[in-house]
Each structure stands twice: as structure tokens, then as C-alpha cells.
Design a protein around this ligand. Structure first.
Ligand code: SF4
Length: 431
């Protein structure tokens, strides 16, 4: 693996990480420029100016969809009076199989996320923030709770922060364990104590969100980017990426049968081959790469020939997949693609919220067929049915993006590895 040298110029998210992997607490964080982005924001900029700055930085959401953060902030209506309520929600419900980037940022860099939330809240005029945290992330919860206490002790959270009129409180809410809570309106429902079904849009959360109030939902990694942009300026941020239209760095990684699975902060525009070979140390001995998913379980498979494509939103989409979370999953030559897809579809079927028919009934049907094919008991009509289900669960046919995401691995596996599916069809003439 590359000897990673993280520095303040090139690794805004991770340059403070400690070698012993312990969290960076308040004293160390402030010694290393911590909270100076927030102080700069409060002292030198108005809310509107910060939003403009983030628009100029072209920061895109790091949760998977890649929506422009500054634009999202600009959609929050301005307060008409001081008592108006606006909420900032941090989506920390990281449950995508194979993805663990937000966990590292929360466990080891909790103050960076809190500082990012403080600047974001100041920009959108929110006074209350919630971190909706995956329940199983016990260490992340401990880190965040201690960091919030430390920030409060330093009067960085609470009322009249740094002797200004800005008030901001952060609360942690741990989820009960549903993947669909990562969808922002399902997250809002869950936070309100309701069943986490996605809401119909419009109205969008920017206007009618948590408890009917304007609400902005941002991902952990997205918010963690904000302090460095304030500290070092937009031009510096624009120059961080490597010949890519996307700006800044991204937490990217590889898992599967690779020598060193992991997550690293890398510039947009790096190729997947560079990550696989230079950071993940290549495939394990006697294994070769059969396929890979660029950004988590709900993204289309790509092949070895796609490894030289740049890791950014546009390039990966042009190759027929999605950057998603940026954490790639390697599938090796000894693993059956039918088994991989069956496993993924079982997950998606279990995590469907059940609100709409194509997803609720279609995904278990897909699992049933894949189980038959896996046991070499598939029927000749099954492949046709699977292709039809891919169409029926595709974009625009279900209530939220869960179903279209769920069929991405299946549709690409059927395209690239038809022979593996055909092998599981029983060889006799059906009556
Ligand atoms: S697509 Fe699936 S997860 Fe989304 S609303 Fe419909 S049933 Fe629920």
C-alpha cells in the first residue's frame, strides 16, 4: 500500500487522524485549527454569504445522490421572525452493505462533524440539529456524545454562542435499525416516532420537514467537508480533485477479497484501479477480479475493463453505474454472481418498507427465483421474469429510490454474466 502521508493541504477530512485510532478530542482538535472555520464563519460572513460560498465550492452530497449542498441550503426559506423554527438533520444512518466511511469520521473525528453542523446551521438559520445515528454504531455514539459535552463546556453549543445572537443545540437520536431510514423523508418520519415510510414529495423537506417545519438533511461526510472550505477557501477546495468536474476529496475504499480492505480520503478523479492496487493492495492470492460495485450494494456491477474510469459522479454514470457512497465492493472469480445477487436482494427485500407493491412484492419474488437458480432448479422462463421485474421495479415505478437501487446489481449481473444464470436452469423440457 502507498505510504499515506495525510496533510492539511490535501486531506481536509482526515489529516488530524491519530495513529492509535483514538478519537481526536477537543484540545487536540482546537490545536489543529479545529473550530476556526466556525469562528471565521460567525465573524466574517452572513448566512447568505456562506450559502453562496458553498454553492461556489460545488460541494456535492456524499450520501449517494450527489445533490449540490449549497443549492440544497438555498432552498430553505429565510426566517421571517426569530421564533420561526428550522431544523438541520445529519443523516448518520449508514447501513449500505459494504460502506463504513461515515463510521470512521464519527468515531475518530466527532468534533469535525459538530463544527460542520454548526456552520451549516448558521448558514440556514437552524437552531436545533439532530444526528440520526445508526443504532449499532455504539462507538460513534460515545464519541459524538463526549464531543457534544466538550463543545457545550466551551460555549460552542447552546445559547449566544461566542457572545453572538446565534443559538444552536445538537441532539443524538439512535435509529432502531431500518435501512430505509437513510431516505430523508423516512428518516424524518422515524424521528417523529412514526413508521419510517418515505413521504410523498412535494412538499419537500426544505419547506415541510420535521414536525412540519423547514428541514435540511445532510450526510455526515458532506457536513464534515464544511469547516475546511471555510478555513482554506473555495479556490483551494476546487483545486483538490484530480482532473475531475467534482470538487474536493471523497472517502473511498474497497472491500471483498482484496488484500487490504479499507477506506481512504482520496481526490475525485482517481481511478478505481489506483485504489484497488495502491491502497487495497490488489486482489487476494489466487483470486482475480470478476466484477465490482463502485458505490455500495445498490449500484450496478462494472467489470475489470472499467477499473481505469475516474471515480467521480459523471464518469461512473457514463460507464453505466453510480458513484453512490464511493466504497467499492470487489467480487472475485471464485464467487458465484447469482449467489452475490441473491444475498443482496435478500437484504433489499427485508429492508423494503412495504408501502408500494412493486417493491414489497417484487423483491421477495426476485429472491425466490434467484434461490431456485442458485440451487440449479430454475425454470427456463425465470430469466425472462427477472428481466421483467427489473423493468417493473425500475426508476419511476415505485414510491422511492429503494426499488430502483435494489435492482441495479441484478440488472447488471444479468447483462454481464448471463451464462451464470442460465447454468442454474434445469435441463428438461417443461410441459
Ligand atoms: S420503493 Fe420500497 S422502500 Fe420505497 S416506498 Fe416503496 S416499498 Fe417502501
Amino acid at each position: 500500500m502507498n505510504n499515506i502521508i495525510r496533510n492539511i493541504e490535501t486531506h481536509p477530512l482526515t489529516w488530524r487522524l491519530r495513529k492509535d485510532k483514538k478519537p481526536v478530542w477537543f484540545d487536540e482538535y482546537t490545536k489543529k485549527e479545529g473550530y476556526s472555520g466556525f469562528k471565521k464563519a460567525l465573524k466574517n460572513f452572513s448566512s447568505e454569504e456562506i450559502i453562496k460560498l458553498i454553492i461556489k465550492s460545488k460541494l456535492r452530497g456524499r450520501g449517494g445522490a450527489g445533490f449540490y449542498t449549497g443549492l440544497k441550503w438555498s432552498l430553505i426559506p429565510k426566517k421571517k421572525k426569530n421564533t420561526d423554527i428550522i431544523y438541520l438533520l445529519c443523516n448518520a444512518d449508514e447501513m449500505e452493505p459494504g460502506t463504513y466511511k461515515d463510521r470512521l469520521l464519527m468515531e475518530q473525528m466527532p468534533h469535525q462533524l459538530i463544527e460542520g453542523m454548526m456552520i451549516s446551521a448558521f448558514a440556514i438559520q437552524a437552531n436545533i440539529g439532530y444526528i440520526f445515528l445508526r443504532g449499532e454504531y455504539i462507538k460513534a455514539e460515545q464519541s459524538l456524545r463526549r464531543a457534544i459535552i466538550e463543545a457545550k463546556e466551551q460555549k460552542l453549543l447552546g445559547q449566544n454562542i461566542l457572545n453572538t445572537t446565534f443559538d444552536f443545540e445538537i441532539f443524538i437520536h439512535t435509529g432502531a435499525g431500518r435501512y430505509i431510514c437513510g431516505e430523508e423523508t423516512a428518516l424524518i418520519n422515524s424521528l417523529e416516532g412514526r413508521r419510517p415510510n418515505p413521504r410523498s414529495k412535494p412538499p419537500f423537506p426544505a419547506e415541510v420537514g420535521l414536525w412540519g417545519k423547514p428541514t435540511c438533511v445532510n450526510n455526515v461526510e458532506t457536513l464534515s467537508n464544511i469547516p475546511a472550505i471555510l478555513n482554506n477557501g473555495v479556490q483551494w477546495y476546487l483545486n483538490l480533485s484530480k482532473k475531475s468536474n467534482d470538487t474536493g476529496t471523497k472517502m473511498m475504499g474497497f472491500c471483498g477479497k482484496v488484500n487490504q480492505p479499507g477506506v481512504w480520503e482520496l481526490p475525485f478523479g482517481i481511478t478505481a484501479r489506483e485504489i484497488l492496487e495502491n491502497y487495497a493492495n490488489g486482489m487476494c492470492k489466487n483470486h482475480s477480479l470478476k466484477a465490482w460495485q463502485p458505490g455500495g450494494a445498490g449500484t450496478d456491477f462494472l467489470l475489470e475493463k472499467h477499473l481505469d474510469i475516474k471515480m467521480d459522479f459523471y464518469s461512473i454514470a457514463s460507464a453505466g453505474s453510480r458513484l453512490g457512497t464511493g466504497i467499492s465492493i470487489a467480487i472475485d472469480n471464485k464467487t458465484s454472481i447469482v449467489s452475490v445477487v441473491r444475498n443482496l436482494e435478500e437484504f433489499f427485500a427485508r429492508e423494503s418498507c412495504g408501502l408500494c407493491t412493486p417493491c414489497r412484492d417484487g423483491l421477495p419474488w426476485i429472491v425466490q427465483i434467484l434461490c431456485s437458480i442458485e440451487k440449479s432448479k430454475g425454470l427456463s422462463k425465470d430469466i425472462k421474469i427477472l428481466k421483467n421485474l427489473c423493468y417493473q421495479l425500475g426508476p419511476g415505478k415505485s414510491f422511492c429510490a429503494h426499488a430502483p437501487g435494489a435492482i441495479e446489481p441484478l440488472q447488471s449481473a444479468l447483462k454481464f454474466f448471463p451464462e451464470e444464470f442460465e447454468k442454474g436452469i434445469i435441463k428438461f423440457i417443461e410441459k
